[in-house]
Design a protein around this ligand. Structure first.
Ligand code: BES
Ligand code: ZN
Ligand code: ZN
Length: 463
């Protein structure tokens, strides 16, 4: 749930109701002290701290306070400055983003405890010369809150978060921002020959939608198009998944949710760019109406797709979404998807995989990933892999076309989407499956993480 935490900057502590946070010592003996209530939080600070690790400091402070029932904190900013993390405004922003992220819990379906929820109510930053810090904190809070709204959508169960409701969420989130939201229904998609999206959605009673969000932060110029996988539930379809882990697939629209809230955030931050968000939204279900293994789909591009496995559905809907994106003549297209379990096998739960043929873009993404605290790592997209997704009776196949169909799963998923991205001057696909849910020791509540909004927003600003 998005909380209403107040973060403000003041010259001195307001009153005794605030627990004081300060830092003591460096390196191994270093610790953060929450004073006033006689409690000490020990955070071991490494010799040289990087931006990714810096995100954990504010998160740990919030977790510690929540655990101890502390609702108001005062943070000594000179002590934070002494940690020499980096430029003051950047540190202030990172702190605000992560205070917000750590204060989030998905409690919408839980009974409120008698004593109420333990959310932090107020954080006071004690600093002089506050204008610059205040600005960064405002910005950080805006980012953090948008991430939390994204997490709400992802965490909401699929029985409620249908394609139709996802589209409604996009419309609601965009209210008052000037973003134009259009929602295409089945009839519209039929007219446009979006047979790939329609095929994946066929098995469900919940009909597919195609969500289009247009933000014009400048009048002219080629836009950046963000495209998010919006599978509101992925049962696997006829190639049904095992029961273990299937409940997590309520979050298979996390790419779509992140695109919705990145476009909204771009507008709220007043980014001077044209940004388009596209979300093909479907539910992947088994039924008498479902698409089948062995089916051949004629995608919107004209390319035909051989369906080896109905569980490799994300790449199929993205094929049409990427073709649709061509009409915008984008300068850059970004795919965001919980695409493969293989990405989780490759990288564990700590970093998303990304794929691009653009080396300059690769450097930018690696750098901004690092600075935002969003962990990403590049995997290869060499032409040699292309042979492995050629179709037997169609142009492309949605899984590996030879023995050991799971080999290189994440790369071949990316290679498949690349087949529909060759007309773009620059393109990247981010497989966020590894970062879909929070893992241990990262001081985020269980469930969706809201990735990769922090990275995308920086990418939009820097590209
Ligand atoms: N949504 C899943 C991928 C996924 C797995 C996301 C775990 C998050 C956590 C995707 O649609 C899928 O099922 N992919 C298959 C592809 C395979 C059939 C080629 C996979 O990864 O097993
Ligand atoms: Zn999926
Ligand atoms: Zn799947």
């Amino acid at each position: 749930m998005a909380t209403n935490m107040k973060i403000s900057v003041a010259g001195r502590i307001k009153d005794e109701s605030f627990a004081k946070v300060s830092f003591k010592g460096k390196n191994e003996e270093g610790c953060v002290i929450v004073e006033g209530k006689n409690r000490t939080l020990e955070i071991k600070l490494p010799e040289k701290i990087n931006w990714r690790q810096a995100t954990l400091i504010p998160r740990q402070i919030v977790f510690f306070a929540k655990k101890n029932g502390i609702k108001k904190l005062a943070l000594d900013w000179t002590a934070v400055k002494d940690l020499k993390l980096g430029e003051e405004s950047a540190v202030a922003e990172i702190f605000a983003v992560n205070f917000e992220m750590a204060n989030y819990e998905f409690v919408a379906y839980k009974e409120t405890p008698k004593e109420g929820w333990k959310f932090i109510e107020e954080i006071l930053i004690i600093a002089d010369g506050k204008a610059e810090i205040e600005k960064s904190i405002k910005r950080g809070q805006l980012i953090g809150k948008e991430i939390n709204s994204c997490r709400d959508i992802s965490n909401t169960p699929s029985g409620e978060m249908t394609p139709e409701v996802l589209a409604k969420n996009a419309q609601d989130a965009a209210k008052g921002t000037g973003i134009k939201v259009s929602v295409l229904g089945e009839g519209d998609m039929k007219k446009m020959k979006m047979e790939a999206v329609l095929a994946v959605g066929k098995g469900s009673r919940q009909k597919p939608r195609f969500i289009v969000m247009e933000y014009n932060g400048e009048k002219k110029g080629k836009p950046v198009v963000l495209i998010g996988k919006g599978v509101t539930f992925d049962s696997g379809g006829i190639s049904i998944k095992p029961a273990d882990g299937m409940p997590e697939m309520i979050m298979d629209m996390s790419g779509g949710a992140s695109v919705i809230h990145t476009v909204v955030l771009a507008a709220k931050l007043g980014i001077k760019k044209r940004v388009i968000g596209l979300i093909p939204a479907v539910e992947n279900m088994p039924s008498g109406e479902s698409y089948r293994p062995g089916d051949i789909i004629r995608s919107m591009s004209g390319k035909t797709i051989e369906v080896e496995n109905t569980d490799a559905e994300g790449r199929i809907i993205l094929a049409d979404a990427n073709t649709y994106a061509e009409k915008y003549e984008p300068e850059l297209v970004v795919n965001v998807a919980t695409l493969t379990g293989a990405a989780v096998v490759a990288l564990g739960e700590r970093a998303s995989a990304f794929f691009t043929k653009d080396d300059k873009l690769k450097d930018l993404i690696s750098e901004e990933g690092e600075k935002s605290g969003e962990y990403v790592w590049q995997l290869p997209l060499w032409d040699e892999y292309e042979a492995e997704i050629k179709g037997r009776n169609a142009d492309v196949c949605n899984t590996r076309n030879r023995a050991n169909s799971r080999y290189g799963g994440s790369i071949l998923g990316a290679m498949f989407i690349y087949q529909f991205s060759k007309n773009f001057p620059s393109w990247v696909h981010i497989d966020i499956a590894p970062r879909m849910t929070a893992t241990q020791d990262e001081f985020l509540s269980a469930g969706a993480t809201g990735t990769p909004i922090r990275l995308l927003i920086r990418l939009l600003e820097k590209y």
